[in-house]
Design a protein around this ligand. Structure first.
Ligand code: FAD
Length: 431
């Protein structure tokens, strides 16, 4: 276990990145405080799925995160689909005479589909953070440095706080990212991917009646021209999580607000050419639902750190959700940052820049690859990606290869390699 550290860390933002980092630091006795702009930790009532790399990273952060995940996790229901990540189907086809939908291809991994209801996962995870280490209603405004090298954070409520290092987990519109790259840098702002998504939750009984048990109870991707719908079970199989994506040539009206209220009628209009089975499913979402603009960091940041300030999670590498891996990569970041900060050679404020430089060197290429690849596979699902078009065999091959890059990794080894690199950097004479 780590020796007592002569430094303290500020975590800005309490989403999946900030929370998993906080839990990981707490379990390694690394002093920290978490500053969240909202009045409490909160997640939206939608699903999120995790691939095997994410599950490994949870265990590296803290076994309790993995236990929280297991408690609320829902897997595919059919015994034959336990390793299936998604079955991909042609959205224009109807159910066959035996009541099932033909599968175009299947993508599997070592754990299969693992879906959680975000708010349920969060409720379990926050139990692992001592209450006195979280400050709410603290919206970061700016960061300066005092004469002793302490970083000073000013919040919108007029208060200030200090720390030796700041880790920005403040999401896609990150203030901390702006402090690192400059407010005018292209990567300071997220980019609209020209896709938006309707998100809904459907009672499983109704979903089974619409598309049959096999499709409703196991993860499924409905592929169509310029649009796709994904579904996976959450809430221990009682609810179906549905996300319906649409590509558009129009701009998103307001980049400050990434969601807008929507209606089922709009959704049905957008997907009107889909086959009867998919339409039946779409008719089951609530009459009022949110529409999400899919933004990402299409302009990659040149660095994840500057001095003793760094960024993690969506603040560093916000991605479109088409690989279902953004949150998993947040947890990978947390695992690596915690392991580096816990290293026994990291003792004082002076060692922290080397930690962040190592984290940047070890994480940035993988995370930025995800952002790019996710856009590309999103187009694959919509039969519009260059070089593959509507060739299901080629699409399947691409998705399998790319999902392998995400899932077939060893997170402990990744962290051990980063620690070797950190020690090399710390052993180099200054200057
Ligand atoms: P956020 O969740 O945005 O949290 C940031 C926190 O910082 C918030 O609590 C916010 O209030 C706080 N904050 C912001 N600014 C400030 C400030 N100035 N001061 C203080 N606090 C601040 N990923 C997956 O792995 N699997 C999936 O299936 C999946 N599905 C997705 C579906 C959709 C439609 C979308 C949009 C994303 C999906 N993702 C998925 C991606 C995943 O949701 C994100 O990568 C992840 O939630 C980001 O977590 P975060 O903690 O980095 O950021």
């Amino acid at each position: 276990m780590s020796l007592v550290k002569d430094f303290d860390i500020a975590i800005v933002g309490g989403g999946i990145a900030g929370l998993t980092l906080a839990i990981a630091l707490n379990s390694r006795s690394i002093p920290f405080t978490i500053y969240e702009q909202a009045s409490s930790f909160a997640e939206i009532g939608a699903g999120v799925s995790f691939s095997p790399n994410a599950v490994q990273a949870m265990k590296v952060c803290h076994e309790g995160i993995y236990e929280a995940f297991e408690k609320v996790c829902t897997r595919n229901v059919s015994p034959s689909k336990q390793k299936v990540w998604f079955d991909y189907v042609d959205a224009y086809k109807d159910v066959t005479s035996n009541g099932t939908l033909d599968t175009a291809f299947t993508v599997s991994n070592s754990l299969g589909q693992n879906g959680v209801h975000r708010a349920q996962f969060l409720d379990e995870a926050v139990k692992l953070i001592p209450k006195h280490l979280a400050r709410f209603g603290k919206r970061l405004q700016n960061i300066t440095e005092d004469r002793n090298g302490r970083l000073v954070m000013r919040f919108d409520d007029g208060t200030v706080a200090e720390a030796d290092a700041i880790i920005g987990c403040d999401g896609i519109k990150s203030r901390v990212r702006q402090a690192i790259v400059g407010a005018d840098h292209p990567s300071a702002k997220p980019v609209y991917t020209r896709k938006y998504a309707y998100r809904g939750l459907i009672p499983m009984e109704d979903a089974c009646a619409a598309v049959g048990e096999e499709r409703a109870q196991n993860a499924c991707m409905y592929m169509g021209h310029d649009k796709h719908v994904l579904t996976f079970p959450v809430n221990h199989g009682k609810t179906l999580n549905l996300v319906a994506f649409r590509t558009t040539s129009e701009d998103w009206p307001d980049s400050q607000r990434l969601t807008r209220p929507g209606q089922r009628e709009e959704l049905l209009h957008d997907f009107e050419d889909f086959g009867p089975a998919a339409i039946k499913l779409l008719k089951l979402v609530n009459p009022k639902l949110d529409v999400w603009a899919i933004f990402d960091l299409g302009h990659p940041v040149p660095t994840f750190y500057k001095g003793r300030i760094c960024i993690s999670g969506d603040a560093a590498h916000a991605t479109s959700p088409h690989h279902g891996a953004g949150a998993g990569f947040c947890i990978e970041d947390s695992a690596m940052l915690a392991e580096l900060l816990a290293d026994e050679q990291v003792k004082t404020q002076h060692d922290l820049e080397a930690v962040f430089a190592t984290y940047d060197a070890e994480r940035r290429a993988r995370a930025q690859w995800l952002v790019e690849s996710s856009r590309w596979v999103g187009d694959c699902y919509e039969l519009r990606a260059e070089g593959v078009g509507n060739d299901f065999t080629k699409i399947g091959d691409q998705i399998i290869e790319r999902n392998g890059i995400i899932a077939d990794v060893n997170i402990e080894e990744m962290c051990a390699k980063a620690k070797d690199e950190l020690r090399r950097r710390l052993s180099k004479p200054l200057g």
